[in-house]
Design a protein around this ligand. Structure first.
Ligand SMILES: O=C(O)[C@H](O)[C@@H](O)[C@H](O)[C@H](O)COP(=O)(O)O
Length: 229
């Protein structure tokens, strides 16, 4: 069951969420030598990344990885790795370890097995998975209508290639199984349109129609929805 946290604006949301994620990482660092934070790309998390990079914690023991990657090199403007390196792995967080998805292969299909092995070797469960959501209800790169969606929702492999029908770029995404191997999930959404999608996802319908339902309907991992207009 998801818990909704509503804020008056993005500034208030960002401040509260940065404190919360930092608290969780510190708490886990007190008990584990290395902890893992998995983050989504896209526009929504940029202010959060900036705020998080100013948080004081032992970042050298934090591995930062992705929920998904657009299959473009890190010097491409759409690269999620570049977004994370630019906005999160700086200031106090500059010493965090980046675990990228991109390996230079021509297509993500050939990269998925090796990435799954890299991800499986990281400490589990992850400390936190921070997800965004598209207006089509996708999370990570689990897109409605993608030929790989059913596999993404059911495979035990950690990573899979996805070829969205509408969104740009082939992708490499964590599977639902990997997204749920965490102590906590944050779903960060902004604006009225995504709020309506979220409300709709709480109602009846399939996970294939709105993949975000797959995390809202499970009870194994707490999900906190952070929303601002
Ligand atoms: O790389 C990506 O595209 C994502 O990780 C994706 O799942 C993103 O979180 C949503 O599309 C929301 O994106 P915005 O925040 O840009 O709306």
């Amino acid at each position: 069951m998801a818990r909704l946290h509503e804020f008056a604006d993005m500034a208030a949301l960002t401040a509260a969420l940065a404190e919360r994620v930092a608290w969780r990482l510190r708490d886990d660092l007190a008990q584990h030598e290395q902890v893992v934070l998995a983050v989504s790309g896209g526009k929504s998390p940029v202010p959060l990344f900036d705020a998080l990079s100013a948080q004081s914690l032992v970042w050298s023991r934090v591995a930062v990885t992705l929920a998904d990657e657009r299959w473009v090199p890190p010097d491409h403007p759409d690269s999620n790795e570049a977004l994370v390196r630019t906005h999160l792995l700086k200031d106090r967080a500059a010493t965090a370890l980046m675990v990228p998805f991109w390996n230079g292969d021509a297509v993500p299909e050939t990269a998925a097995p090796a990435l799954s092995r890299v991800l499986d070797a990281l400490p589990h469960p992850f400390s936190e998975v921070i997800l965004g959501m598209g207006e089509d209800g996708h999370i990570a790169s689990l897109f409605p209508g993608a030929p790989e969606l059913a596999a993404g929702l059911s495979t035990r492999a950690s990573a899979l290639a996805v070829n969205p029908t509408l969104a740009p770029h082939a992708r490499l995404s964590l599977s639902l199984h990997a997204l749920l191997n965490t102590r906590d999930i944050v779903l960060l959404i902004t604006g009225e349109a995504k709020r309506r999608v979220y409300e709709r996802a709480l109602g009846q319908g399939s996970e294939e129609e709105l993949p975000v339902r797959a995390i809202l309907r499970q009870n194994g991992v707490p999900v906190s929805v952070f929303w601002a207009p």
